[in-house]
Write a new protein. Structure first.
Lengths: 329, 329
């Protein structure tokens, strides 16, 4: 077994995951802590979760063996531009006993690397938000969407939730009996799937229930759409189809026609056999028939791989990728 | 000249207008004051503007001659449900020396009545927001949209402004040189129509400029779309066409196929020879070929007419409408 260890971290809004691996692909430890997005939670709290996840992954590992590290997180650019945030991360790194340098990358790059070892390709992520990015030599290049819920995130969980409410409101405006998805959305928002005698009363209650919360929480309704689409509910199915077309359109803004390098699908709505992944795959295959379509996997392992591949003793990064992320092979 | 006087008020977000008229159609006075929407400005301030406009309209008129009044405002239902707000309006009414009762109606009904004397019809309003309503016997009946910028207002000024920014962001994502409308939107938001060497830098600056302000202020960009559409700019023209289709769709949610009663167009984007009015007229004419299309006029005069028509001595309300609102005839 190689003496050299690398650590990778995937810091997301709801959880932080760490992995410590050897250069021959042995996983020595993993760690998990709370959400640590420095933009939404503040850099100090993010650094605290980073430290907790690191310590768990390094339990029983001599930190002097760790030669490289990589952190993937949303808003990486903002962290790097913020001296205080960077200092908080440096302290956590050093408090974990680590003396080696670490790199910070955007979560989109780490998601990409979790799905393929190819240095060039495209990543498409749909979760609460939605973003597509070109990857060139394992660096993020051009980006499409990711503009946030007010101006973008087309085809995202926010988009699905908002459109589900808009379809419900259209039913109520028309004084039409809401369909199955609309009834579930109504129940989630108002506590009851029943419509008042005056349809407008229910429509106003729906609008009030939504506007009481931060707009981005409309994404909480996306699982209702996903579940209903799995059951073949027609409105949910059409929303998923529309979202898939919007996501493919975002990709087409940055990915050249005829490209044959891989496309990695990531984010909660595209990882696994979700209805949105099933709908977006043919959209992408139609536009780029010769491109492999991959699925994002273990972000912490991918971050560890990104850290390892710059070490001189890693002569075959593709082989190491296959060991660390076998599902992507 | 009739001794009997009626007063009408049209309370909007940016101005309050009052008119005092006789039952034979003579305008005795008009008044104007600041915006008085009780929902956005508070009922006390709205009542203050109401009083200022009333006093101006009644200068030189013995208030004992006033036999009826009508106030049109957005959020009329909320005012009527709020005892404190209602009390503030009662005080302003009495402080103006008025002893007669007054009615409160939604601004949509007053806009409708400013365009036609027909008791039944449809009103479509597009300003910052967008709403359509059926009118039955000069009461608001079913309503479509008006659900606010987050969930509705399809085809409104907010919608035009947001879509103009989204088209600009799509250009920047594609690394395409922005067109004329996009350049104007960019200049309005960032102070310069020039794109940075890295397109994403400009896209991020655009998103930040928008998210620094309340979302509804996207409606401030609508005049850029209107002006560019007048000049034939292709993106602006396509946004106006799309907005017109959305507005007509909202009307179709509530207006029966084959209806022949009038449709009144109101709100800043539809009053006069605006590009949106020009685009929405054929959409409506296609769906309801036998319906007269009218344009909203003087809201204060329409409110006065609504007050007058319930008085027993008004035997021909249509004739009075023609005197008070000659443009609608």
């Amino acid at each position: 077994m190689s003496d050299t260890v690398v650590v990778g971290l995937d810091i997301g809004g709801t959880s932080t995951r760490a992995a410590a691996v050897t250069l021959d692909g042995v996983r020595l430890g993993t760690g998990r802590a709370g959400g640590g997005n420095p933009t939404s939670h503040g850099a100090d709290r993010a650094a605290g979760e980073l430290l907790a996840a690191l310590r768990a992954a390094l339990a029983g590992v001599d930190p002097a063996r760790v030669r490289a590290g990589c952190i993937g997180l949303a808003g990486a650019g903002r962290l790097l531009a913020d001296p205080q945030g960077r200092a908080a991360f440096d302290r956590a790194w050093s408090d974990a006993g680590l003396r080696c340098p670490y790199a910070v990358h955007g979560d989109a790059l780490v998601a990409y690397a979790s799905g393929t070892a190819a240095p060039d390709g495209t990543v498409l992520i749909a979760g609460t938000g939605a973003i597509a990015a070109q990857v060139r030599d394992l660096r993020l290049d051009r980006v499409a969407d990711g503009h946030g819920w007010l101006l973008g995130d087309a085809g995202s969980g926010f988009w699905l939730g908002r459109e589900a409410v808009r379809r419900l409101l259209a039913d109520l405006d028309r004084a039409a009996t809401p369909g199955e998805l609309a009834r579930r959305v109504l129940a989630e928002l108002t506590g009851s799937p029943e419509v008042a005698e005056r349809f407008r009363t229910t429509a106003d209650a729906v609008v009030q229930a939504v506007t009481r919360r931060p707009p981005v929480e409309l994404a909480r309704l996306a699982p209702l759409v996903v579940t209903a689409a799995r059951e073949g509910e027609p409105v949910a199915t059409s929303l998923i189809t529309e979202a898939a077309a919007l996501l493919a359109e975002s990709v087409s803004r940055i990915r050249p026609a005829g490209a044959t390098d891989p496309v990695v699908l990531g984010g909660g709505l595209l990882t696994g056999d979700t209805p949105l992944a099933e709908a977006v795959r043919p959209e992408l295959a139609r536009r780029w028939p010769d491109a492999p379509l991959c699925t994002a996997g273990d972000g912490a392992a991918a971050a560890a791989w990104l850290a390892a591949r710059d070490l001189p003793e890693v002569t075959d990064p593709t082989a190491l990728h296959a060991l660390l992320l076998p599902a992507a092979a």
